[in-house]
Structure formats: structure tokens, C-alpha cells
Design a protein around this ligand. Structure first.
Ligand code: SF4
Ligand code: SF4
Length: 128
């Protein structure tokens, strides 16, 4: 490349807006269909365990604490999740979604990568 041409390119680039994004200093827009981390709705969950069975990464554990009282616990290992969406497909109750909101998941410790949620036991009233 001739010096003159190179000078033209370099000087032109000085006054152009950069193509790169200034992330994370400036938040970037989340694409509509981006799969973020799982959000579990304990109220609609039946504790069937299909999500855990079908997860190829073994990222979900469902523990049935009391079947009669519909008392379940879900453990989600975000650091194992590949964000494939299989669990969302498998859940026939619509209890799992991968909303785009939660995707900035970097951390310096492993602690935030395990989420434990619990469906509280139903209070069954005693009939006399
Ligand atoms: S998105 Fe895929 S890898 Fe992540 S928990 Fe669901 S099934 Fe498992
Ligand atoms: S598949 Fe759905 S209903 Fe069944 S345990 Fe998982 S979240 Fe609950």
C-alpha cells in the first residue's frame, strides 16, 4: 500500500464513529429472542421432573419434598446450563421461561451460579 493511500485511510478513520460497542460501560440492547437464564414459576409447577430428566447438561434438580402438599424445590445450576431451551420445551405447565432479561451472568465466584427455589407446601385444612 502506498503511503498516501494509507494516510488517507488512517486520517479518515480518526473521524469515523467506532464500529465496536462501548460495552459494558454503555448497556447494550438485548435482542428479543435471546435466551437468558431460566425463570421458574413455582405456582404452576407440578414437580413432574420432566425438565430435569430432559436437560442434557444436568443443570436442573427437582426435589419433591412432600408430594401431597405439592412442596417442591428446584435447584438450577446456571454454570452447567447451555441455554438450549430443552427444559422450556419439555415443561407442559409453562413453568419455565428463558427471558432475555437475565444474561449478564459473569461472576468472580461460583456462588451466584446456583439458584435454589422452593414451592411452599400447600396448607391442607383438616376436616373434622
Ligand atoms: S436450557 Fe438446556 S441446559 Fe439449560 S437447564 Fe434447560 S435443558 Fe438444561
Ligand atoms: S417440567 Fe415444569 S412442571 Fe415439571 S418439574 Fe419441571 S418446571 Fe415443574
Amino acid at each position: 500500500m502506498k503511503f498516501g493511500m494509507m494516510f488517507k485511510d488512517v486520517s479518515g478513520a480518526l473521524f469515523k464513529k467506532p464500529f465496536t460497542e462501548n460495552y459494558p460501560a454503555e448497556p447494550t440492547e438485548t435482542p428479543d429472542r435471546l435466551r437468558g437464564s431460566l425463570v421458574w414459576d413455582p405456582d404452576s409447577c407440578t414437580g413432574c421432573g420432566l425438565c430435569a430428566r430432559d436437560c442434557p447438561a444436568m443443570a436442573i434438580e427437582i426435589e419433591v419434598i412432600d408430594k401431597k402438599a405439592k412442596h417442591y424445590q428446584m435447584t438450577y445450576h446456571i454454570d452447567r446450563c447451555t441455554f438450549c431451551g430443552q427444559c422450556v420445551e419439555s415443561c407442559n405447565q409453562g413453568s419455565l421461561v428463558m427471558e432475555g432479561g437475565e444474561w449478564e451472568l459473569a461472576s468472580l465466584s461460583r456462588e451466584p451460579f446456583t439458584e435454589v427455589g422452593e414451592r411452599p407446601p400447600l396448607v391442607v385444612e383438616e376436616t373434622e
